[in-house]
Design a protein around this ligand. Structure first.
Ligand SMILES: *Cc1c(COP(=O)(O)O)cnc(C)c1O
Ligand SMILES: [Zn+2]
Length: 419
């Protein structure tokens, strides 16, 4: 079964729960959503997606934040810390400098724990309550663990996080720690952490809240819905292109799903769907490789390296959902160097927007694609910035200017300023 934009709305199976069910994207098998814990298809191990009997219409959305979109979520409300409703900043200087018709920055660093992961967790932890599990777990490059720890404690559940030792930014470990997660530092990279936590979840040790979990992506769809509503309000049209950093490709998959559902509902013309454009760091770019080679599958990179630790991932688990998302929307994928990422982080900071390195990859990628003529000067573009500057204070300090030591008297300070 292919995830085409124009695919028909499937019929609800008999065991759908209140119009919600899970469906395998590979073989089409359907499952009741909340009877058993399940992350992939029982028949073929394919990825699952949530399906709804009722498709969304814009006029059904009301309220603010992720739960504004409850018409396309499995519940009416979740375990919430007021996630979503993030700013869609104007950046006139950068827009002019990069040379596109419109550039807006959707800053997901403005969520409660400082990244978009909160949008997935408010839904995922609500589902965990429905399933009556008591322990939640994830592998993480940092932000998933911070969000899981916060939403888990909000929901009164135990949390366990597996992190790659020495490769997680300081702010993220501090959050997971203070919000009460049990933190296991694994002597390996993120992909190894995910392999282990998947084994633990299969063995019933904990409920898995990585983006392999289809319900997390339901929450993350709301990023796409907010961007569309923001552009419609300001320009009476949706963006031509959405540029986003890619790690496990959860957001790429989630935004594509949001648009597919709107197309199927007749709320968005197929020709208007924004081109999904993924950006990876050169040292961790398996999705870019697959797009460039026209491959159906992503080759796992065993060794990955980049300063943008949030996207230091060699085996993007959502690739089977994200590759059609990029291709069917006419988008593309591009790799950028760590130096280009740091430059973009400074560019955004120069407009007052503080982001962590992985987030700046979107702007670095847009600049590169514009330079190469792949993005046109007439395009209206939204760049997603995924996490807040304070997540990775070391990277920010390294990219910024050093403090200057001065003596503790006014004359000494004045003298220093004159030099
Ligand atoms: C998790 C994360 C990503 C990667 O997102 P995917 O949906 O896995 O592609 C990118 N940037 C930041 C800051 C993140 O925390
Ligand atoms: Zn299947």
């Amino acid at each position: 079964m292919s995830l085409s934009l124009s695919g028909d709305q499937p019929e609800a199976p008999a065991d759908a729960d209140d119009g919600v069910w899970l469906e395998c994207i590979e073989c089409g098998e359907t499952f009741a959503p909340f009877d058993d814990v399940r992350y992939t298809c029982d028949e073929c191990d394919g990825l699952l997606e949530a399906r709804y009997e009722e498709l969304p219409t814009f006029d059904e959305f009301e309220g603010e934040g992720v739960w504004r979109y409850s018409a396309v979520l499995p519940f009416d409300e979740g375990v919430s810390i007021r996630e979503g409703a993030t700013p869609l900043y104007e950046v006139p200087g950068l827009e002019n400098d990069i040379g596109v018709e419109t550039l807006r920055i959707k800053h997901e660093g403005m969520n409660p724990t400082g990244s978009f992961k909160d949008r997935g967790m408010t839904v995922g932890v609500r589902v965990a309550k429905e399933l009556a599990v008591d322990r939640l777990a994830c592998a993480s490059t940092g932000n998933t663990s911070a969000a899981l720890a916060a939403y888990g404690s909000r929901g009164g559940m135990e949390t366990l996080v597996l992190l790659p030792a020495g490769k997680v930014a300081a702010g993220k470990v501090a959050q997971a720690s203070l919000h009460g997660a049990r933190i296991l530092e694994v002597d390996g990279n993120f992909d190894a952490c995910l392999d282990i936590v998947q084994d633990l979840a299969e063995g019933g040790e904990a409920y898995l809240l990585n983006s392999l979990n289809p319900f997390r992506l339901e929450g993350q769809k709301t990023i796409g819905l907010e961007i569309l509503e923001g552009f419609l309000a300001d320009y009476d049209t949706v963006p031509d292109r959405i540029v986003l950093p890619v790690g496990n490709a959860g957001n790429t998959s989630a935004l594509y799903k949001a648009f597919r559902e709107l197309v199927q509902a007749g709320e968005l013309a197929e020709s208007d769907v924004p081109k999904l454009t993924g950006v990876q760091a050169e040292g961790a770019a398996p999705m870019v490789e697959a797009i460039e080679n026209g491959a159906d599958e992503v080759r796992r990179w065993e060794d990955v390296e980049t300063r943008a630790t949030a996207i230091r991932i060699g085996n993007p688990v959502n690739a089977p959902k994200a590759l059609p998302g990029i291709r069917e929307t006419g988008g593309t994928a591009v790799a950028v160097s760590d130096a280009e990422i740091t430059d973009a982080q400074r560019d955004l900071a120069g407009e007052g927007i503080g982001v962590e390195p992985a987030s700046a990859a979107s702007v670095a990628g847009l600049r590169k694609l514009r330079r190469e003529g792949i993005v046109g000067d007439d395009e209206r573009v939204a760049c997603l910035t995924t996490g807040h500057l304070l997540k990775d204070p070391d990277a920010a300090a390294a990219a910024g200017a050093d403090p200057e030591p001065v003596p503790a008297d006014t004359d000494g300070v004045l003298e220093h300023l004159q030099n």
